[in-house]
Design a protein around this ligand. Structure first.
Ligand SMILES: NC(=O)c1ccc[n+]([C@@H]2O[C@H](COP(=O)([O-])OP(=O)(O)OC[C@H]3O[C@@H](n4cnc5c(N)ncnc54)[C@H](O)[C@@H]3O)[C@@H](O)[C@H]2O)c1
Length: 274
C-alpha cells in the first residue's frame, strides 16, 4: 500500500447518497479521488438516477475537505467507461489503492417473482452484480501490479436475507456477497483485500440527495411516512446513517483493517440479528 496519507480511491455511484457520504469521508482521510457515476437517467430504471451536477457537487465537497478529486461520468455496465475511470486515476494520481463499488439500483422491483420480466431481471443483475464485477476485475489487474489494494463492495441486508417482491435486487446482492468471498480468495495472495458492507435501511438524508429508501417504498406502494414504517423493524430504533456506512468503508480502506479479508460487514442496527 502507498503511504496512508496518499491513497487513491475510486468510488462508483458517487453523485449522491451513500456514494457521496463515502467520497467525503475518504476525502477527509486525505485520499485522492476519482468519482464515477452514470450522471443521467436510464430508461430501464423507473426513477431518476444521479445527475452530472450532483456528481460535481460531490467533487466540490471533497475539494472543500482538502482532497484532490476528479469526476468520471460513466455506466458500470460499460467496460469502456470503467477503463476510462481507471485511466484517469492512473494518469492524474499515478496509482489505485481503494475501490468502493457503491453504484446500484433498487428498482424495477415490487412484483412477485413469477411476474418479474426478463428485461427487469437483466437490468438489476447487470447494474448491481455484473457492474461491480467489471469494476473489481479492472481494479484488481492494476492492484496486482502494485501488490496492494482494498476493494469494498456495497451489498445490502438483501445480500443476507430475502425480501418479498424484490427477487432481482435480493439475488443481485446475494451474488455480490458471493463475488466478494470468491474474489477475496483469488486476490488475497496478491495483497488485495476484498470485503463487503451490508447496510440496513439508510435514512435518505436531504444533504446527500439519496433516494433509495423512498424508491423501496414506491416499489411497495407504501403510503404515509415510509421511514417510520421501516423504523418499526429496527431493533436499534434508528435508521442507519449514510455516515455510518462511510465510516466502515474508511476503516476497510485503511490498513487498520489489514486482517479483514473476505468479510461481510453488516451495518443494519440489528435488523438481521432478529
Ligand atoms: N439506501 C439504503 O437504504 C441502502 C441499503 C442497503 C444497500 N444500499 C446500497 O447502497 C448503494 C448506494 O445506495 P444509495 O442509497 O446511495 O442510492 P442512490 O440511488 O441514492 O444512489 C445510487 C447512485 O448510483 C448511481 N448509479 C446507478 N446505476 C449506475 C450505473 N449503471 N453506473 C454508474 N452509476 C450508477 C446513481 O446515479 C446514483 O447516483 C447501492 O448499491 C444500494 O443497493 C442502500
Amino acid at each position: 500500500m502507498a503511504s496512508e496519507d496518499h491513497l487513491v480511491a475510486l468510488v462508483t455511484g458517487a453523485a449522491r447518497g451513500i456514494g457521496r457520504a463515502c467520497s467525503v469521508r475518504l476525502a477527509e482521510a486525505n485520499m485522492s479521488l476519482v468519482l464515477m457515476d452514470i450522471g443521467k437517467d436510464a430508461p430501464e430504471v423507473p426513477y431518476p438516477l444521479g445527475s452530472e451536477s450532483q456528481l460535481e457537487h460531490t467533487r466540490r465537497l471533497c475539494v472543500e475537505m482538502g482532497a484532490n478529486a476528479e469526476t468520471a461520468t460513466g455506466d458500470v455496465r460499460n467496460i469502456g467507461d470503467i477503463d476510462e475511470a481507471m485511466r484517469l486515476a492512473l494518469q492524474r494520481f499515478g496509482r489505485l489503492d481503494v475501490v468502493v463499488n457503491c453504484a446500484g439500483i433498487v428498482s424495477p422491483s415490487g412484483s412477485s417473482v413469477e411476474e418479474v420480466t426478463s428485461d427487469d431481471w437483466s437490468t438489476m443483475l447487470d447494474i448491481n452484480l455484473t457492474g461491480p464485477f467489471q469494476v473489481l476485475s479492472a481494479a484488481a489487474r492494476i492492484m496486482k501490479q502494485q501488490g496492494s489494494g482494498s476493494i469494498i463492495n456495497i451489498a445490502s441486508t438483501a445480500g443476507l436475507v430475502g425480501y418479498r417482491h424484490f427477487a432481482g435486487y435480493v439475488a443481485s446482492k446475494h451474488g455480490l456477497v458471493g463475488l466478494t468471498k470468491a474474489a477475496a480468495l483469488d486476490l488475497a495472495p496478491h495483497g488485495i483485500r476484498v470485503n463487503a458492507v451490508c447496510p440496513g435501511s439508510v435514512h435518505d438524508a436531504p444533504e446527500l440527495e439519496g433516494r433509495m429508501l423512498r424508491e423501496v417504498a414506491n416499489a411497495l406502494d407504501l403510503n404515509g411516512d415510509h421511514e417510520q414504517m421501516f423504523l418499526r423493524d429496527q431493533p436499534s430504533n434508528a435508521l442507519v446513517a449514510a455516515e455510518d456506512i462511510a465510516e466502515t468503508v474508511a476503516w476497510l480502506a485503511s490498513s487498520r483493517s489489514r486482517s479483514v479479508v473476505g468479510s461481510i460487514v453488516t451495518v443494519d442496527g440489528g435488523f438481521t440479528s432478529r
